[in-house]
Write a protein that binds this ligand. Sequence first.
Ligand code: ACO
Length: 272
Amino acid sequence: MSTKLPTEQELTQARLRLEIDGAVATVVLDRLDRRNAMTARTWHTLARIGDALPDDVRVVVFRGEGDTFSAGIDLAMFDPEGPDGEPSLLAQAQQAAQSDSGRAELEEIIAGVQRGFTWLRRPEVVTIAAVRGHAIGAGFQLALSCDIRILAEDAQLCMKEPALGLVPDLTGTKPLVDLVGVHRAMELCLTARTVDAGEARELRLAELVVPAAELSDTVADLTGALLTVPAGAASATKRVLQRAADASGLEEAAAAERTAQVERLFALLSGE
Ligand code: ACO
């Protein structure tokens, strides 16, 4: 990637830490005193990390500082003054409501923050959420945006947005529906209830549930296993699986497999 990663100062302002160790990047939600609550700045900075991630990074792990993944959006986003010099979402909505173009402008603002989440699906990386404690609202959607969720036994997931009068809009609805089905997704979202780790595993919201003390070792083991597969094959396979999930039928998925396999065979022939 040609763009630059956010500076240390920009990461700190966004309440993030970024640790890159060869093929593995770890993004830490780093706001212990607010249970790793996130603001628009956090999401814009996440998008910039995605834009500038070095090409040799193959696995990106997301975790929260301390024993909470994330308490979701910083509730100060709904105060008229907003959090720490950032615009209030409510004030932005009030302003938008006063002009003809306001609706489209507000959608643009939301599209901007969604970019912080969409890149996690990029085939070149495998994204892992390592979840301790609460993953609420935006925090749950961040975990849902990852390819793989490893939960500690103390994890608690909640799609809180409807309880606050909102809809989930940080790209979490598609993976939620894909994972649990539309009817369970409705039950979870429309009650805004909390799902514990055991239920999350039953609902396929967790690939693995482990004792909290084993979370980081488990993620390290998984990361090591992911890196044993050649990079080109890994990204091509992620792409094929994504196509299969969204395919309208077997033939579409089979066609995607054929196209990808020809590319793979040519890559192997050329000595990849
Ligand atoms: N935004 C801003 N501050 C927060 C948030 C948040 N989302 N969550 C917690 N905090 C602050 C608390 O106000 C408290 O601050 P204080 O020490 O100045 O009083 C501090 O973080 C610690 O929070 P506690 O509630 O004391 O911690 P506890 O461990 O008991 O509970 C929990 C954690 C369950 C996360 C609780 O704080 C909570 O329910 N937070 C709000 C969650 C929420 O509604 N998020 C929005 C979801 S919708 C969306 O994300 C789009």
